[in-house]
Design a binder for this molecule. Structure first.
Ligand code: FAD
Length: 282
């Protein structure tokens, strides 16, 4: 494994004061693992705009490297530009630039349609101030007609000025390796960081996976079903399985890992430690 493996940790914006206090604690615990940055998700349509902005600006002023997600959904370009200016003023220099999915029933007046247009918009108005991350889909975005279309559109995001990508989570390492091969063939040279989803609860994972197009392989589905109501054993199995998946990815050239922490210190911290990536352990 390379010495300079990039770790990043994703949070969703806490809605209550208690949730926020818990999140601050998780942030401090995960800080021991020296992440490159923390990212905070954003509900397309602006549903979490204030919460995301508040957490990002508080963490940035406290000296943490942060990256707001910006999924424009139906937002018009003035709203998007204003938000990005506020992030810049708050000392933020990284953004995860996304199209987002509009909650059903919500319309929008955005002049932007795809994420490559957001990337181009940020480059046009903010130059190279921001490091721009975009989304990538080793198992292919659910709306993509073909595999090669999706890779072509990912290339379009890099051509528009993105610096790196973070993937949707997946459980089959071959999906990532094959995807990386195809990206290289398409001329993509920028780093693509696997998104890692710890396993916490089978029902939630199954529901979310079917909507975002992440496949739970049959063997894994069956293994998880086995634990039914025994969440302690399920989490222990999940830590072993995801540690193994992460090790395979890093051993075979993944440049780092982006953890969907679900606002919890564990299992992310245990997985990172299992990988021998805790700086405190030497
Ligand atoms: P795009 O890159 O625009 O792609 C969307 C679809 O359009 C794909 O099928 C693509 O193949 C196709 N496409 C792209 N460009 C073109 C084009 N020029 N012409 C025709 N078709 C095209 N969602 C949120 O709401 N908030 C978040 O905080 C959030 N965080 C995420 C973090 C990560 C790491 C990932 C992987 C996803 C995240 N999402 C988030 C989900 C994401 O917004 C959805 O997957 C959304 O459906 C697609 O966003 P995108 O930026 O990949 O879109």
């Amino acid at each position: 494994m390379s010495e300079d493996i990039r770790l990043s940790f994703e949070f969703f914006p806490a809605k209550t004061d208690v949730g926020r206090q818990k999140l601050d604690k998780v942030r401090d615990e995960l800080a021991l693992l020296k992440p490159e940055f923390y990212s905070v998700t954003y509900g397309a349509g602006g549903s979490t705009r204030d919460n995301t902005k508040k957490i990002i600006s508080d963490y940035s002023s406290a000296g943490f490297a942060v990256a707001p997600h910006l999924s424009f959904g139906g937002d018009d370009i003035d709203t998007i530009k204003q938000l990005i200016s506020e992030y810049k003023a708050a000392g933020v220099n990284r953004i995860v630039a996304l199209r987002g999915d509009m909650p059903s029933g919500m319309g929008g007046s955005s002049q932007l349609v795809y994420a490559n247009e957001l990337v181009a918009f940020i480059r046009e108005h903010f130059g190279n101030h921001f490091h721009l991350e975009v989304a990538a889909y080793p198992e292919i975005h659910p709306e993509a007609k073909t595999f090669s279309d999706d890779i072509r559109y990912l290339k379009g995001k890099f051509d528009a000025g993105a610096n790196s990508a973070i993937t949707q989570y997946f459980f089959n390492p071959d999906a990532y390796f094959y995807f990386m091969e195809q990206c290289q063939k398409a001329g993509i040279t920028q780093p693509i960081y696997p998104g890692i989803m710890p396993i916490l609860n089978y029902q939630n994972l199954a529901r979310f996976s079917s909507s975002c197009g992440a496949e739970i392989p049959r063997w894994l589905r069956k293994a998880l079903e086995n634990y039914a109501d025994d969440e302690v054993s399920l989490r222990a199995f999940g830590v072993d399985m995801i540690s193994e998946l992460s090790a395979t990815l890093l051993d075979n050239g993944a440049p780092g890992l982006h953890f969907y922490t679900m606002n919890q210190t564990d299992p992310t911290a245990t997985i990172v430690r299992n990988l021998g990536l805790d700086p405190a352990a030497g």
